[in-house]
Unconditional design. Structure first.
Length: 400
C-alpha cells in the first residue's frame, strides 16, 4: 500500500544534523575528482594514485566491524565528532602537501590511511544516530532527506572540483573538504541527542561476536546483504568498467559524463519521491523498485543509443535510491538499537567485499564472452537479484 498521508514533523536536532551532513558531504563530493587530478598532475607515475586510493580503502574496510562496536558502546555523536575532526586534519595535511609543491607519496598515502580509518568509525555511527534524532514513523522521511542531500552533492561536487582544480589546483579543492569536516565536527558539539543508557562492556572480541550473532539471527537482514553483495558485484564490475568503455565507443568521449549526470538526477529524484510516499511494506517496495537499477546494464548490453541509455541511467538511479532508503529505514526500525551499528557494519563489510571481486572478474569475462554479452547478462542478473529476496516471507512482509 502506498500513501501520501501527512508526515510527522522532523525534530530540530535532526534538522541541525541534516545541515551538518550537507556541509560535510559538500566537501567530500569534491575529493575523488580533486585527489585523482591532483596526484596525477604532480606525479608521473599512474600507480601512485592507486596506492593513495588503496591506502584510504584498506583501513576503512579492515576497521569497519570495530567501528560498529565503538558506535554501539559510546556516544555516536562523540564518535562522529572525533572522526570528523580526524578526517579534517588529515585532509588538511594532504592539501598542505599538494599546495606547497612538496609532493611525497609516502606522506600522502599515510595521511589517507588515517583518513580511511576515521571513515570506518563514521559509517556505523551515522547509521545508528538517525533513530536517536527522529521518531520511528519519521525515519523514512529523514533518510529520504539525507539521501537527497547526498545525491545532490554527487551532482554538484565533481563539477565544482573540476573548476577548482582547473583554476587554483587540486590541493585547494581538498582544502575545502578539510574545512567542511572541521566545521561539521565543531557543529556536532552543539547537537543535542537524547541520552542512551550505555550497556555493559564485555570486551571487543565478545562484542564483535554478539554483533555477528545478531546479524546472522535476523533472516531478512542477511538475505538482503547477500542481494547487495551480488548487486555490488555487478555494479562495480560491469557498470563502472564496461560502462565508460561501451559508451565511449558508441557515443564519444563526453557521453559517459552525461550518463553519470543523468543517473545522479535519478538518484536525487527518487529521494524526493520517497520523502512524500509511505509504504505499508517498505522493504518489499524497495526490492520491486530496485529492478530499475539493472536497466542501465540492459541498455549497455542491447547496444542502445544515447537517448535510450540516458533514460535507462535515470531509471537506474531511481532503483538504487529505492533500495538504499528501504533497507536503511528497515534496519533502523527493526534491529535492536544497541546492536544497530554492529549489524549494519557486518552487512556493509560483506557487501563491500564484492567490489574488488567484480572489478577483477569483469576483464577475464569480457575477454571470453565480449563486453555487450557480459553487460546484458549482468542486467538480467541484476533484475533477478533484486526480486529474489521477495521469495523470503520476512522480506516480503516486513512492515514499514
Amino acid at each position: 500500500m502506498v500513501s501520501l498521508s501527512a508526515h510527522p514533523r522532523l525534530s530540530p536536532p535532526f534538522r541541525r544534523f541534516l545541515l551538518i551532513r550537507a556541509i560535510s558531504l559538500a566537501g567530500s563530493a569534491m575529493t575523488p575528482v580533486a585527489l585523482a587530478l591532483a596526484v596525477l598532475g604532480v606525479s608521473a607515475r599512474v600507480g601512485d594514485l592507486g596506492i593513495v586510493l588503496a591506502a584510504q580503502v584498506i583501513p576503512q574496510i579492515g576497521l569497519l566491524l570495530v567501528g560498529g562496536v565503538v558506535a554501539d558502546r559510546w556516544s555516536r555523536r562523540s564518535v562522529l565528532m572525533g572522526a570528523s575532526l580526524c578526517a579534517g586534519v588529515t585532509q588538511a595535511g594532504v592539501a598542505s602537501v599538494l599546495i606547497s609543491g612538496h609532493y611525497s607519496l609516502p606522506l600522502i598515502a599515510g595521511l589517507e590511511l588515517v583518513n580511511g580509518a576515521a571513515s570506518a568509525f563514521t559509517a556505523p555511527a551515522l547509521r545508528g544516530i538517525v533513530p536517536e534524532l527522529v521518531a520511528d514513523d519519521a525515519l523514512q522521511r529523514a533518510n529520504s532527506l539525507l539521501a537527497g542531500t547526498r545525491n545532490a552533492t554527487k551532482i554538484l561536487g565533481p563539477t565544482a572540483a573540476g573548476v577548482l582544480v582547473d583554476t587554483v589546483g587540486g590541493g585547494w579543492a581538498i582544502a575545502v573538504d578539510a574545512a567542511s569536516f572541521l566545521v561539521a565536527g565543531a557543529l556536532l558539539t552543539r547537537l543535542r541527542v537524547a541520552p542512551v543508557a550505555a550497556p555493559a562492556r564485555t570486551g571487543l572480541w565478545r562484542e564483535l561476536r554478539a554483533g555477528w550473532r545478531t546479524f546472522r539471527g535476523i533472516r531478512w537482514v542477511w538475505v538482503i546483504t547477500v542481494a547487495f553483495f551480488l548487486i555490488n558485484l555487478l555494479y562495480a564490475g560491469v557498470w563502472q568498467i564496461l560502462g565508460p568503455a561501451l559508451t565511449r565507443r558508441r557515443a564519444g568521449d563526453a557521453a559517459w559524463g552525461l550518463v553519470l549526470g543523468v543517473r545522479a538526477l535519478g538518484l536525487f529524484a527518487m529521494s524526493v519521491v520517497m520523502y512524500r510516499l509511505t509504504f505499508r511494506y517498505l522493504l518489499r517496495a524497495g526490492q520491486l523498485l530496485g529492478v530499475f537499477g539493472g536497466f542501465g546494464l540492459l541498455a549497455l548490453g542491447f547496444g542502445a543509443g544515447l537517448p535510450v541509455l540516458l533514460g535507462c541511467a535515470f531509471l537506474a538511479g531511481v532503483g538504487f535510491t529505492a533500495l538504499d532508503i528501504a533497507s536503511e529505514v528497515s534496519l533502523q526500525q527493526h534491529v535492536p538499537r544497541d546492536m544497530l551499528s554492529r549489524v549494519t557494519a557486518s552487512g556493509d563489510l560483506l557487501s563491500y567485499a564484492a567490489i574488488p571481486v567484480g572489478q577483477l572478474a569483469v576483464g577475464p569475462l569480457t575477454a571470453r564472452f565480449g563486453a555487450s554479452p557480459v553487460a546484458l547478462v549482468g542486467g538480467f542478473a541484476f533484475v533477478m537479484v533484486s526480486l529474489a529476496p521477495l521469495l523470503v516471507s520476512e522480506v516480503r512482509d516486513l512492515p514499514g
